[in-house]
Design a protein around this ligand. Structure first.
Ligand SMILES: [Zn+2]
Length: 184
């Protein structure tokens, strides 16, 4: 857990430990710390170990990470927005095996692109749906899943100006045959 604190410090951001989440606006009491806690353990009605539910884990991680880039590494937006793009636009059925392949693809992509940043929208303008919104419906598995889908689409849409860039990364990734070979 110390990790995100040091990343925030590195990014010159002071973390508030009270009130609403300073990044996404979630209605928390302890700010980002509580927002992360909900993200880590909040939606237990969904059995994430079942393969059919893996999708929701990926969508949660992508949505939350893209709403809180200040506590993540510099290339995280590239990874998570590309993954959302592949799942939403290209309807890729994501699997755990594909994530390291996408990281590898990005490692090659980022060479010579040290100046390329996928800047997020200002804080509190990264989609209305947040961890606390999803938490409110956590007892109802279907509602929870539906809201997670909406959450991901909302976050994906607020980053529209970067869709062209991630489309280039995504199509390069697809051309390598990664999805086909890992779903076989
Ligand atoms: Zn938050």
């Amino acid at each position: 857990m110390q990790d995100y604190m040091s990343l925030a410090e590195k990014n010159g951001v002071i973390l508030k430990d009270f009130g609403a989440c300073q990044f996404c606006g979630a209605e928390t009491q302890k700010g980002i710390h509580e927002c992360l806690e909900i993200f880590n353990v909040g939606f237990q009605r969904i059995n994430f170990s079942k393969e059919e539910n893996h999708r929701y884990r990926f969508l949660i991680v992508d949505s939350h990470t893209l709403q809180h880039p200040e506590i993540h590494g510099r290339w995280n937006n590239h990874f998570h927005l590309t993954r959302l793009h592949l799942m939403i636009k290209y309807k890729v059925k994501w699997t755990y095996k594909l994530s390291p392949k996408l990281s590898e693809h990005l490692n090659q992509y980022k060479k010579g692109k040290e100046e390329e940043y996928l800047w997020p929208p200002p804080v509190l303008k990264r989609g209305r749906i947040t961890t606390t919104e999803v938490l409110k419906v956590k007892e109802d598995e279907l509602k929870c899943k539906t809201l997670i889908e909406k959450w991901a689409i909302e976050v994906y849409e607020v980053l529209k100006e970067h869709h062209e860039i991630v489309d280039g990364i995504a199509t390069g990734f697809l051309k390598k045959g990664n999805v086909f070979s890992s779903n076989k």
